[in-house]
Design a protein. Structure first.
Ligand SMILES: Nc1ncnc2c1ncn2[C@@H]1O[C@H](COP(=O)(O)OP(=O)(O)OP(=O)(O)O)[C@@H](O)[C@H]1O
Ligand code: SF4
Ligand SMILES: [Mg+2]
Length: 354
């Protein structure tokens, strides 16, 4: 069956695409993404940025979405928020449910309240997200007013309180600062304050520290960990830095060429990864000189406009066999309890060997 949506969304429903995580029946699932596919239709061809992605997040959990640059992490998050712009972007298929309510079935005008109270996103680049002509205090206050139903002095007091929560010194004075008067690290704290002021059910942090120097990066990560403890926030943490994954996440979903290729808890990923790509990135972590970035596996990621047949990773995989070149692997539930999914014809066994 095919449905046509506003904003360039054309979704297949009831299809039989890659399933990824099967129906997650756990009571505490806050977000579920099923079979999400998003493409960009350029003159040169279709860029399959997200291809049959499925995962879920439990309340209070931090799931890291990890992958090389261009693997589709940001487009996955933008699709969840229906922020993919047509032309050239189009959500081709999939379902996203937040606390059981289907996001893609909502009228577009209702999305404004989902983007904030439902899912708030901290973007990769804080500079472009803040309004340069409005004080940072006022910008936080607006988020408070829209999402917490308080106005005037009470909202202002709340905004100042939020500046304190994200450890901005002298919050009463800083309330009146404009974005250009703050450092990069402070601006990213303001973005976190705005996102938290929405009291979101899910906080999406898209590489929130990648433009910051190492010391500030560590401060922001510590702050987010503290906030997680204090406010019990559910987080989708997008990163290509495995050091950050180890520090922040409970579970990890690894993305390659628009697809999720492995989902498991952090300990399992570090101890016994099952996809050859995951094993490659974990093996290389010891040799990394670049702060843990995933950039030293031999070969290049595929061109998303001309993907290889069969397994997308096969041209780079040292375990590739005949079937890998022809047939795309489905997902295996390695332990039979839904805790460890891998998309490979020959998943590595627990000892890490084929
Ligand atoms: N507006 C667009 N038009 C055309 N292609 C796009 C557009 N936005 C994203 N893409 C393509 O979609 C693919 C996935 O992009 P995405 O931004 O999700 O990658 P990413 O995993 O977030 O990478 P990074 O780690 O560099 O942020 C890339 O090949 C990118 O070039
Ligand atoms: S399916 Fe084959 S080529 Fe792909 S990762 Fe598994 S072993 Fe390697
Ligand atoms: Mg990105």
């Amino acid at each position: 069956m095919r449905e046509t949506r506003e904003a360039g969304e054309v979704r297949e429903t009831g299809g039989t695409g890659a399933t990824g995580e099967k129906e997650d029946k756990r009571q505490d699932v806050i977000l579920s993404v099923k079979d999400l596919s998003t493409s960009f239709f350029l003159r040169e061809g279709e860029v399959k940025a997200v291809d049959g992605v499925s995962f879920s997040i439990r309340k209070g959990e931090c799931l890291a979405l990890v992958g090389e640059s261009g693997s589709g992490k940001t487009v996955t998050a933008l699709s969840m928020l229906r922020l993919v712009v047509w032309p050239p972007g189009k959500i081709k298929s999939g379902q996203v449910a937040l606390d059981g309510a289907s996001i893609f079935d909502l009228p577009m005008k209702k999305m404004k309240s989902v983007r904030g109270k439902g899912m708030a996103m901290i973007l990769q680049e804080p500079m472009s997200s803040l309004n340069p002509s409005q004080t940072i205090g006022r910008q936080i206050q607006e988020a408070v007013e829209i999402n917490q139903g308080i106005t005037g002095e009470a909202a202002k007091r709340k905004a100042i309180e939020m500046l304190g929560v994200v450890r901005i010194p002298s919050p009463e004075k800083r309330y009146y600062n404009y974005p250009h008067e703050l450092s990069g690290g402070m601006k990213q704290r303001i973005m976190i304050a705005i996102a938290l002021s929405c009291r979101p059910q899910l906080l999406i942090a898209d590489e929130p520290t990648c433009s910051l120097d190492v010391t500030i990066q560590a401060q922001i990560l510590r702050l987010m960990q503290q906030l997680r403890k204090d406010i019990d926030t559910t987080i989708l943490f997008i990163t290509s830095d495995l050091g950050i994954v180890a520090e922040m996440a409970d579970r990890v979903a690894i993305m390659y060429a628009g697809q999720l290729i492995e989902i498991c808890d952090v300990f399992t990923l570090f101890e016994r990864p099952s996809h050859p790509y995951s094993k490659g990135i974990m093996g290389s972590i010891m040799a990394m000189k670049d702060g843990g970035r995933l950039n030293i596996i031999a070969g290049d990621p595929p061109d998303l406009m001309a993907l290889p047949a069969g397994c997308k990773f096969h041209p780079r995989c040292e375990h590739c066999q005949e079937i890998c070149r022809k047939e795309e692997p489905g997902y295996s539930d390695l332990l039979g309890d839904g805790s460890h999914w891998v998309r490979c014809h020959f998943p590595l066994n627990k000892a890490g060997a084929l």
